[in-house]
Design a protein around this ligand. Structure first.
Ligand code: NAD
Length: 339
């Protein structure tokens, strides 16, 4: 398995591989940068097909966390951890405690949090072996309301920049916790909503409680709407979907929406579709969690989430000036802050 040679390796400071034979734990912790402070990033428990896929995910997500924290103005580095396996069948307390010992061995350089396949209760179990955990129940709690609000600010910035301030329709792909929180703000402004999801329960909620129109997973890309908002899985912007997109803007919460950052960012630009870098649009949650660890008070947290609007606008103007994609402009800004 190549590490240093592969495309997604981006001068990561520290990549660790852990194995615990007794519990079956196989995990990777990728620390991209600690230049701004101890690194933070969620723990993803996912049935990767192989360890190379797990490594790629850890490398890409940890790099995005560095830029997310830097551009949000947070004094944290970027990291991510992945546990390889099906969380439905493999997850148990012994395995989570073993994972906690792995986190602990890094001595505080990495602080873990909840992500796909993990719950706040799992964080409590990990916390038995290490203090380097956030997202415990009763602390920062559910981060999806601030993430949803931050995403709404990003959409407003994109609409002001690209649509002359007119935002009348949004198609949400994945109507989970963040999807419904952004929907709340959009509905208040009279924006028409379309939704697609693999969960019938979530579709029903969108239709019954938010007046959304259901569309199929296939149809959603071809809708002539102002904004397409991927809020489910990553990798949904790719060779197959991009040519079909009719929305003028893509702005969603899912991490790593572009299957290949550079190539697919450029494909969207070539089609004159404004792509809002996901790690800026979805930073509301991590900003809110910074309140849990006492880095900022509530007033500062709210101000920083509002500021997502300005960060987006700044990135759009930079990309225009430099003739590059918003993702490239955001990376350049992030790199400057890290330097
Ligand atoms: P969630 O699990 O509550 O919702 C995800 C939704 O996507 C669900 O309704 C699910 O049924 C749907 N979905 C899953 N696979 C799908 C597919 N193949 N096609 C269409 N829909 C699918 O998650 P969430 O908390 O709402 O987060 C949404 C995304 O935003 C995730 O990618 C997450 O990593 C990212 N994110 C979340 C936060 C947060 O604070 N919750 C912060 C930053 C980023």
């Amino acid at each position: 398995m190549s590490v240093f040679e592969q495309d997604n390796f981006s001068d990561h400071e520290h990549v660790s591989f852990f194995c615990d034979k007794e519990t079956g734990l196989k995990a990777i912790i990728a620390i991209h940068s600690t230049k701004l402070g101890a690194s933070g990033g969620g723990t993803r428990f996912f049935p990767y097909e192989n360890s190379q896929d797990a490594l790629v995910d850890a490398l890409r997500l940890s790099r995005a966390m560095s830029y997310k924290n830097a551009l949000a103005g947070l004094p944290y580095g970027g990291a991510k951890s992945v546990i390889i396996g099906d969380h439905n069948t493999m997850k148990n307390e012994a395995l989570l405690e073993a994972f906690g010992r792995c986190v602990d061995r890094l001595g505080g350089k990495y602080v873990c949090a909840e992500d796909i396949g993990m719950t706040p209760d799992d964080m409590v179990v990990i916390n038995r072996s290490t203090p380097y955990v956030v997202g415990l129940p009763g602390k920062s709690g559910d981060t999806s309301p601030p993430t949803g609000y931050g995403l709404y600010k990003a959409m407003q910035a994109a609409a002001d920049f690209k649509l002359g301030g007119n935002l009348s329709s949004v198609a949400i792909l994945g109507f989970g916790n963040v999807g419904r929180n952004v929907a709340k703000h959009l509905v208040e402004k009279g924006v028409e909503l379309f939704v697609a999801d693999i969960s019938e329960e979530n579709i029903k909620l969108a239709v019954d409680s938010y007046g959304a129109k259901e569309v199929s997973m296939d149809e959603i890309y071809g809708l002539d709407v102002d904004i397409l908002a991927p809020c489910g899985l990553g990798g949904v912007l790719n060779d197959e979907t991009i040519p079909r997109i009719k929305a003028k803007v893509v702005c969603g919460a899912a991490n790593n929406q572009l299957l290949e950052t550079e190539k697919h960012g450029e494909m969207l630009g070539d089609r004159n579709i404004l792509f809002v870098p996901d790690y800026i649009a979805n930073a509301g949650g991590v900003i809110s969690a910074s309140g849990e660890v006492g880095t900022f008070n509530q007033e500062q947290v709210e101000e920083m989430i509002e500021n997502i609007y300005n960060t987006c606008t700044n990135v759009f103007h930079k990309s225009l000036e430099k003739g590059c994609t918003p993702v490239a402009a955001a990376e350049e800004l992030g790199k400057k802050i890290l330097a």
